[in-house]
Design a protein around this ligand. Sequence first.
Ligand code: NAD
Length: 702
Amino acid sequence: MSSGVTYELIDTIGVITVNNPPVNALSQALRLGLLEVITAAQKDASEALVLLCAGRTFIAGADITEFGKPPVAPFLPEVLSALENSRKLVVAAIHGTALGGGFETALACHYRCAVPSAKVGLPEVKLGLLPGAGGTQRVPRLAGVKAALEIITSGNPLSAAEAADLNLIDEVLPHENLRESAIAYARDLVDSGAQLKRVRDITLNASSLEPGFFDNYRRKLAERARGQIAPDRIVSAVEAAVNMPMDQGLIRERDLFMELLNSSESRAMRHIFFAEREAAKIKDLPADTPVRDIRRVAIIGGGTMGGGIAMCFANVGVPVTLLEIGQEALERGLGIIRKNYAITVQKGKMSEAEMQQRLQLITGSTAYEDLADMDLVIEAVFENPDVKKEVFRKLDAVCKRGAILASNTSYQNIDDIAAVTSRPQDVLGMHFFSPANVMKLLEVVRGEKTANDVLATAMQVGRRIGKVCALSRVCYGFIGNRMLAGYGRQAHMLLLDGASPAQVDAAAEAFGMAMGPLAMSDLAGLDIGYKARQAREAAGEVIDPATDCVSSALVELGRLGQKSGAGYYRYDPQTRARQSDPEVDALIRAHADKLGIVRREISQDEIVARLFYPLINEGALILEEGIAQRPGDIDIVYVYGYAFPSAKGGPMFYADEVGLKTVYDTIVRFGRELGEEHWKPAPLLERLARSGNTFSAWDANR
Ligand code: NAD
């Protein structure tokens, strides 16, 4: 039993039960237990074996805590080979989710049955890996090459019915009672004299594949894989299933798997996997911190952000009141929500009934008195401190005691906002990202006086609405936007120094960003930064023209970005495709001349370093100031809030991979060449670089 595998004979059906809570992960003990039970069962009175799992799911995958440690026998392929070569018929009985190594285990059995609610899949690509225990060889043999490629390169799960349509499951059981119906199914197979059906014996018929199929597939994949290697290696493994006998294919698969396991890409993606779970924990909060009950939520402001945030709550069944400044603004806000849901219905991703259900959960209001009973209020009005403070004064006057009052502000000081209320302990920041119903990140901003249970509740609410949460202390722009400032500044300065917008964006996109910084500014609207700069200047700040003159000139020419058809680029009115614009090139040259900058060729490497090293440097300051809890939290903010490539693991992980000495030396050199004003190495970076340390080792040892 210590192995987590038990065996029992029910008449002549041998039932192997895996019990390794919480998700029956394939630990070493479990692998050994399975091997022993299968071997022993060959000699007993059983006529067939059923492999099923206790608890909430079939084997949900590898034991990822074993990743990065020296592997210990028996290895999964050996166990699967014992299953496949069993002289007695083996039926895998699936409930919950059979993923990765779990699904590969099922594929090594002779038959697979599943309860209707079960899901199966091979998500390894999401960790920069491929299924390394026969998945790439067995899925194409059952489902065909094209379906196999789609399943393994996407990593997305299939329902039992979908898997049955693709031959990956032989029988969808009539009801959810797994044990009883699986034993009955095995009994039927025995009684009908069913053969041992080994997937390895299926000859893959690839004659229907057009010539050059795999190369074409690779090319198509490269467009959406953003420089990742795992999808490419998956194609190679499936190609081996077509061109090689099973045993050789398995060896090829193993080799490719090992290559990926040792790749920086997979290390980065596994880091993100763990960092996401860590980020949800607040270091100094006692484990037994209570949470407040959140049943009714209100959002103040139904604009771009407020509408999206309201949808987040309606999507999980929480009633939400949207409060606007007047009836007209309210109708506009509700109209946009309706339109967004309607688009989802049109795309077939939601039923009409679901849409109605969600819309019914959203109530409009223009009266603060309606908020008296709310458990949580999230303010998303204009980014203006006075307007926000006025809102919080009103909330303080009407909301019941114990209600949590949150601001979605991007930059304002949460402590100043909290100070206008009589209950600063109940105030915090909940910073969503646009579009709020889509983007996964929620920055939870902890004010000086925010109470522990308020923080714990905000983290829990974030998870409940499907967000990945990271904690930030108060500073201008919090973790994400504070770091972004240097990235945006360098994008602009690179133009003046000699790069074109297309070069800057291409370098960032080749690095793996979903969209380069200038294209991103065009998408967000150049007027947003323009207005923010005007406000800063009005407050007496002097802004270096080299950091924004081109952007401001574009706004003054009416080029606000995509919404006006032109910004750094010109946009095709139909396709929205971006095109370089000679007018912009001329504008950049004129501004460089005016500032006395001699433009030069700029290499892709320089562009990448100038864009990304400021993120790392600011991240180091943020860590030392205690704004972020851990380097991994910063990585989570960037991957989930700013589409930083997960294959690079976030800026801090990327810095560790590059080597902090390289990053530090480059920043010092840029300081000499480009001016120290924007290139001052952070003290923490300097210390770690000098001592040959990494952010992650520093974090682990403090
Ligand atoms: P927006 O201009 O689209 O919407 C603001 C809405 O608030 C408007 O509909 C306005 O009518 C309403 N409003 C203004 N004063 C109000 C009041 N006193 N009571 C009720 N409603 C009022 O702005 P947005 O882009 O949704 O931004 C809202 C907040 O979210 C800002 O603090 C912004 O910094 C922050 N934010 C924006 C983004 C983004 O990408 N747009 C991302 C993260 C955070």
